[in-house]
Design a protein around this ligand. Structure first.
Ligand code: SF4
Length: 653
């Protein structure tokens, strides 16, 4: 069947102009089809250009038709979900239309049905809009959203071409924590609930994100399977599976900041009671004190014991909960219940946060298996974080023990081994099969240059040299370059250097514009230089010569002070292993492969990667990183930088 669809003259060629069979795509589709038929887990790497979404989408649809059971596809980013929902799955439905299923007397063969389940926060909340309108607090932002909310059929923010600041969008949308659900008078016409319900029962393929996957597990567990976010399913396709574990660690933990408490308690300011404002101010004051104390004792390390102080925050939260409960009790039963419902919902969040703070401050000891730490971002904001590092039992219990899982990504293997990712997911060797696809791109079209500059351990000299490399390349190529950094510090240093020296090149710095806007400008204006850190190492798709050169400052190792890394070092080394070889290197190789994957997006593309890290040449483990580059040409000698424009000119002619 796979060959009938993907092969020469097959079903796909009937629907796509200039369709060419890609051997890597067929092999991946066959491996997935077999795994679904036999019911075994598959870990599969399909390099960029393989056509992964069709390679799993078609076997998934075939399987759903045959078994009459829905298949769930989960991805890490919304762009890929939209692409699956708006492009790939409609195409698959067209290809399979009239060819599968059981004909009944009523009409033609069934057509593939698919459904996209997004997080609630993607939809505008009618109740919050009504509340803001009633309170007369509409400004230009809110008026624009309210105007759109009055006619949109979906309420989905992806319809809007403006990216609203997070706090504005947060005021007009809900999360499961503050939605009043069955008590809301708009429940029947609610966009979020309509979207979740539409097609949910009949769809054969359901697309969603990891957050929703884990929320579904949480909700099922809390309600004894009475409530769920996803339909019952036996087959799960995890795309971008290299992110599954990190997202599970964060999902099962928490991140608290003063803004979280301010935002959560905001509802108190709308309560018509003389004491409400006092409770609100108490929470905000205690939270501010607590976090400024944390600021004073910040060090980027694992918290080994409870903090021993909470500055009255737990008491303030529980006191407010008692106040809200008493206030709600006193309300006449026939009163408009919106405020009461929202306040009741708010008390659940307050109690949860109170428990989280208490768990890390006032208990005798911190729970095992979790990593607690105080984080400080590049702007200096402090947060209190918890990651549940040991997620393997959780994944096994809820997913691997009773589903067939196809885990795919462009970057899942190290070399040709899945040992690292299997360990992360908690899979034993005999529990999965692996498939590593070949890159469909011609390596001869890529040059890797490692300039002769100081090693990363000579920090200042290295950073200054990287700045000069970026300046040289961006001048030489008149933009057409993206520089990816492993830290904000390096980004800021290089930005300062090049912004004084580059004329005629537009510098686009991560954080100064939304990511999507930076990519749009870069594609349109041609003479641009992107300077970015982690979020641009993946999910950036710029085919063609707009992006001709990718500069990477150094191997993307986690910083030695990273609390999760420190925890794992202790665990691995207590077992006699080496955390550097067993965790740090494979993790960095996978991250590097993601970064390098930004350069060559189509068969027609060619380009240069400039890696400012000579450890690729000077260390034994450098070879593992070299394998991450699909390159045909490698220069690491003095003067190799001069080759960059020459190589691009040769390829152009
Ligand atoms: S059900 Fe929840 S999300 Fe929907 S309108 Fe009501 S409060 Fe908003």
């Amino acid at each position: 069947m796979i060959n009938d669809i993907f092969g020469e003259g097959g079903w796909l060629s009937e629907h796509l102009d200039n369709y060419k069979t890609r051997p890597g795509q067929v092999e991946l589709a066959e491996a997935i089809d077999l795994a679904l038929e036999e019911g075994h887990h598959l870990l599969a790497e399909g390099p960029t250009g393989t056509g992964k979404s069709m390679a799993y989408g078609i076997p998934a649809a075939l399987h759903a038709f045959t078994t009459e059971q829905p298949v769930v596809i989960v991805t890490a980013n919304i762009t890929l979900q939209e692409q699956l929902y708006h492009k790939d799955l409609p195409l698959i439905a067209d290809i399979l239309d009239g060819r599968l299923g059981v004909e009944d007397d009523e009409g033609p063969l069934p057509r593939l049905k698919f459904h996209l389940v997004k997080g609630m926060a993607n939809y505008v909340c009618k109740d919050k809009i009504a509340e803001l309108e009633a309170a007369g607090v509409m400004d230009d932002w809110f008026e624009a959203i309210a105007g759109w909310a009055s006619f949109t059929q979906t309420g989905d923010k992806s319809e809007l071409d403006v990216e609203y600041p997070r706090d504005i969008w947060g005021s007009v949308s809900c999360t499961p924590d503050d939605c009043t659900k069955s008590e809301c008078k708009y429940i029947e016409s609610c966009f979020a609930f309509k979207a979740r319900g539409a097609g949910q029962g009949t769809a054969q393929v359901v697309v969603t994100n990891y957050h929703m996957l884990y929320t579904d597990i949480m909700v099922r567990e809390a309600t004894g399977n009475q409530v769920s976010m996803l339909p019952p399913y036996k087959v799960l396709i995890m795309d971008e599976a290299h992110e599954a574990v990190d997202i599970a660690m964060s999902f099962n933990g928490f991140e608290l900041s003063p803004a979280v408490f301010k935002w959560m308690a905001k509802g108190l300011t709308k309560v018509a009671h003389p004491d409400a404002d006092r409770h609100y101010r108490a929470i905000v004051r205690c939270a501010d004190n607590f976090f400024s104390n944390l600021h004073g004792s910040w060090s980027y390390d694992i918290l080994r014991k409870p903090l021993g102080y909470d500055d009255g925050l737990v008491f303030a939260l529980r006191d407010a909960v008692n106040f809200i409960r008493a206030f709600c009790e006193d309300q006449p039963k026939n009163e408009d219940s919106r405020t009461v419902s929202r306040l009741k919902t708010m008390t659940k969040s307050m109690l949860k946060k109170a428990d989280e703070v208490e768990g890390v401050t006032m208990n005798d000891r911190l729970p095992e298996g979790n990593v607690y730490y105080i984080d400080k971002n590049h702007k200096g904001y402090i947060s209190l974080c918890c990651k549940v590092v040991e997620v393997q039992d959780y994944l096994r219990q809820h997913i691997f023990s009773h589903k067939t899982v196809i885990a795919v990504s462009a970057t899942l293997a190290t070399g040709s081994s899945f040992k690292f990712i299997a360990n992360e997911l908690g899979l034993h060797k005999e529990e999965y099969q692996g498939h590593v696809g070949e890159s469909p791109f011609n390596p001869e079209r890529v040059l890797l240059v490692v300039p002769d500059i100081p090693a990363p351990k000579q920090r200042d000299q290295h950073m200054a040299s990287v700045a000069r490399v970026v300046e040289h390349i961006a001048k030489d190529l008149k933009g057409r370059t993206m520089a990816l950094f492993t830290s904000y510090k390096a980004l800021e240093h290089v930005n300062k250097h090049v912004s004084q020296r580059l004329k005629g090149v537009k510098i686009l710095v991560q954080g100064e514009l939304p990511k999507s806007r930076i990519i749009e400008v870069f594609k349109k204006e041609k003479n641009c230089l992107i300077l970015a850190t982690s979020s641009f190492w993946q999910g950036v798709d710029i085919p063609g010569q707009s992006l001709s050169c990718l500069i990477i400052d150094k191997f993307p190792f986690l910083p030695p002070s990273d609390p999760v890394l420190k925890y794992l070092e202790e665990v691995i080394e207590a077992d006699g292993g080496s955390a550097f070889f067993e965790y740090s290197i494979p993790k960095a190789v996978i991250a590097l492969k993601q970064g390098v994957g930004r350069l060559i997006r189509t068969e027609e593309d060619f380009g240069v990667v400039v890696l400012c890290d000579n450890r690729i040449d000077t260390t034994g483990y450098g070879k593992q990183f070299l394998k991450a580059f699909p390159v045909g040409h490698f220069r690491s000698d003095t003067g190799s930088l001069a080759d960059v424009s020459g190589f691009l000119n040769d390829m152009n002619s």
